[in-house]
Design a binder for this molecule. Structure first.
Ligand code: UDP
Ligand code: MG
Length: 311
């Protein structure tokens, strides 16, 4: 059986369009469609609920508020019962037509099938640029290849179980689903234009995702702080000696601009360094608190197993 997990946030009528497309591409397969309503403010939930009522293959899960796509994905993945699970956006930007090919690859032995972007037509220039910079930096720092990666993936049962064993609270699906290893294959897809409205990600949420992703995968930024600190130390020895020598020689103390510049540079660096450390500290704080990663408000359809209890 194939499970399809799709997070839904204010997708409105897009929900039905999406479910129809899934029924089309998965025709002939035994499948379940798990739609997770991530605290939508529109009628997404009632649409999901009525879909689940009409079609026994559709199940709905409603989170108690907007927990973000990562948490919604996790909620869905914990419910997935299939031998293979496909994770896909509900906005039809991930072309469903690629699913049969992913299933073929899985049948041929792949345990993780990733869809990689051939183009980025569906995105604005700034988000393309941001994604590019982040993906390259991430790949370089962590050895987890994110270049052209998407969240559109198929995970075989063993890979999914490995993924769900990760205890992290602020998860980063794109990274963790690569980190687990297993036999991997990629298929190229064209990202479609978004039909229903604009991206549900705010710039702020995207920035948080980037920081979370980085801090959960590498401590390189911390080492960078150390490195810059050491460089500054070397400079300060040279400048210090020079200043002392001049003072001994009785030269008057000039160099007001130098003082200002040094103050600015050191001040900036000290604050940035603190910020980097703070980001890691915040993550530790979050993990230690150990709150549940999402809360379920309602379910619809299917014979749902008891809630996946987050460890
Ligand atoms: N989404 C979600 N919670 C959020 C933001 C987005 O569940 O807080 C869902 C959204 O409904 C969609 C998917 O995540 O199915 C991808 O979001 P979107 O298309 O807005 O992002 P983009 O395509 O711009 O990356
Ligand atoms: Mg989208």
């Amino acid at each position: 059986m194939i499970s399809v997990v799709a997070p839904v946030y204010n997708e409105g009528p897009g929900v039905e369009r999406f479910a129809e497309r899934m029924a089309e591409v998965l025709d002939g397969h035994d499948y379940e469609l798990i739609l997770i309503d991530d605290g939508s403010a529109d009628d997404s939930w009632s649409r999901i609920a009525s879909l689940a009522l009409l079609d026994p293959r559709v199940r709905g899960l409603r989170l108690s508020r907007n927990f973000g796509k990562e948490a919604a994905l996790l909620a869905g993945l914990e419910q997935a019962a299939g031998d293979a699970t496909v994770v896909i956006d509900a906005d039809l930007q991930h072309p469903p037509s690629a699913i049969p090919e992913m299933i073929r690859r899985w049948r041929a032995g792949a345990q993780v099938v990733e869809a990689v972007k051939r183009n980025r037509t569906g995105q604005s220039l700034s988000s393309r640029l941001g994604a590019r910079v982040f993906n390259r930096a991430f790949t370089r720092l962590t050895q987890v290849d994110l270049v052209d990666a998407t969240d559109f993936r198929l995970l075989a049962r063993p890979a999914l179980e490995a993924l769900l064993r990760m205890p992290e609270h602020s998860s980063f699906f794109r990274g963790t689903s690569s980190w687990i290893g297993f036999t991997r294959e990629t298929v190229e897809v064209d990202i479609e234009h978004r039909e229903g409205g604009a991206s549900r990600w705010t710039a702020r949420a995207l920035f948080r995702l980037a920081v979370n992703g980085l801090t959960s995968f590498t401590s390189a930024p911390l080492h960078l702080v150390t490195l810059v600190g050491l460089t500054f130390a070397a400079f300060s020895v040279v400048l210090g000696v020079q200043t002392l020598v001049r003072w001994v020689q009785g030269h008057s103390v000039a160099g007001f601009p130098t003082v200002i510049l040094l103050l600015l540079v050191t001040g900036t660096f000290v604050l940035l360094g603190l910020g980097v450390i703070g980001e890691y500290l915040a993550r530790i704080h979050e993990e230690v608190r150990g709150r549940p990663r999402y809360l379920i408000r309602e379910r619809a359809g299917g014979t749902l197993p008891s809630p996946g209890v987050p460890e």
